[in-house]
Design a binder for this molecule. Sequence first.
Ligand SMILES: NC(=O)c1ccc[n+]([C@@H]2O[C@H](COP(=O)([O-])OP(=O)(O)OC[C@H]3O[C@@H](n4cnc5c(N)ncnc54)[C@H](O)[C@@H]3O)[C@@H](O)[C@H]2O)c1
Length: 123
Amino acid sequence: MNSSETKPVKVAILGLGYVGLPVAQQAVAAGFSVTGFDLSERAVGGLNGGHSHVDDIRDSEVQAMILGGFSATSEVGDIAGHDVYVICVPTPLSPGGGPDLSAVESAGRTVAHGLASRCTCGS
Ligand SMILES: NC(=O)c1ccc[n+]([C@@H]2O[C@H](COP(=O)([O-])OP(=O)(O)OC[C@H]3O[C@@H](n4cnc5c(N)ncnc54)[C@H](O)[C@@H]3O)[C@@H](O)[C@H]2O)c1
């Protein structure tokens, strides 16, 4: 198989904040096919309209990401069957002083849903 026949690696980034959006930007720059997933429909709508909600990323940089194939979504089905999943969701302190991992657990369930679509178990 030559390089022109190679399928692009599909990367899903969960959480498009101060960490996830720059990670998505670098993944697009590296040539990956990148889908961003965030529960915030406001953030998703803004990004798909070419607007950044993150201080470190300019609108023009989001627009360049879109030209590079990036899209954002809040639909779990849109990140099914990806090759790589990167979780960049908040881990605030819980009232007890430890990390509140509820967003990580939620994102983990989203990834499990995406991976289940790739499973050939039993077939
Ligand atoms: N910002 C930093 O400088 C920094 C540095 C080191 C480590 N971190 C760690 O990186 C992680 C992400 O931090 P951040 O600053 O990017 O947070 P952030 O608040 O800027 O962004 C998090 C994004 O995740 C989304 N989100 C929340 N729950 C979600 C879920 N279940 N599925 C999908 N999206 C979800 C939110 O809507 C938000 O857009 C945290 O664990 C943080 O501790 C951050």
